[in-house]
Design a protein around this ligand. Structure first.
Ligand SMILES: Nc1ncnc2c1ncn2[C@@H]1O[C@H](COP(=O)(O)OP(=O)(O)OP(=O)(O)O)[C@@H](O)[C@H]1O
Ligand SMILES: [Mg+2]
Length: 229
């Protein structure tokens, strides 16, 4: 479970102070898929960086299960990012000179998983995200955007994280491929029992997640699903 209480992030530049995250409170249950929407510059990426412990909050707490990651030491934070969090980005961020399967194996290498086990899990994850056998041995430049994002999702799952954070995961894809990728993420919350928080501009997709939040002026509001008549 992810529980965020009174989260604040302030940036200071000289005498200027901006507060893209003012007082954010929300909760996402294990195995739920939550979307965060909001205008450009509303603080979505800033919030995601706090959840992923890539940046430190000015105030507030972020509980992932029982641990408040806002209070961890630098050393424990590195371990937390490696073991408990998977990141998916708009630009895929795959390592260009590694094949698809090697990209998925990489985080497991950092976590000290033996080679045979790494290979097995990477193969099974790529099968699960729907990347065909032949394509698993290709480098990213020889894969389509949608295929690269499938590899990036498999890589995010490699170390069995508790939480996957995705920043505009379908931002570079056409709408149909984007829907497939979101469908895939949704099914993974169930099969891998992972919690996913995804930032998106795509309202048609946001409406299909378990929960949707909107970030307005640094405050997060839950959007209640509209009843169909
Ligand atoms: N390191 C930083 N130092 C100072 N200001 C920052 C920093 N990072 C972000 N900001 C500012 O915080 C605000 C929120 O930025 P953020 O990147 O979180 O927006 P966003 O909602 O992700 O936008 P987009 O949809 O365009 O990606 C912006 O005004 C941005 O300029
Ligand atoms: Mg952003």
């Amino acid at each position: 479970m992810l529980q965020v209480d009174h989260l604040v992030k302030e940036f200071r530049q000289g005498d200027n102070k901006i507060t893209p995250v003012k007082d954010v409170n929300f909760q996402v249950e294990t195995g739920e898929f939550a979307a965060i929407i909001g205008k450009s510059g509303s603080g979505k990426s800033t919030l995601l960086a706090l959840l992923g412990a890539l940046d430190q909050p000015t105030k507030g707490s972020i509980f992932v299960d029982e641990v408040d990651i806002a209070k961890l030491s630098a050393k424990k934070l590195t371990a937390y990012r490696c073991a408990d969090i998977g990141f998916v980005f708009q630009q895929y961020n795959l390592v260009p000179n590694l094949t698809a399967i090697e990209n998925v194996m990489l985080p497991m290498e950092f976590a000290g998983v033996p080679k045979a086990k790494r290979l097995n899990r990477a193969k099974s994850l790529l099968d699960q995200v729907g990347l065909e056998d032949g394509k698993q041995l290709r480098r990213p430049t020889r894969l389509s955007g949608g295929e690269q994002q499938r590899v990036a999702i498999a890589r995010a799952l490699a170390n069995k994280p508790k939480l996957i954070l995705a920043d505009e995961p379908t931002g570079n894809l056409d709408s149909q491929t984007g829907e497939h990728i979101f469908g895939l993420l949704h099914s993974l919350t169930r099969s891998e029992k992972v919690t996913i928080v995804a930032v998106t501009h795509d309202l048609s997709i946001a409406g299909k997640t378990d929960k949707t939040f909107k970030l307005v002026d640094g405050i997060l509001h839950e959007e209640k699903p509209q009843k169909k008549s």
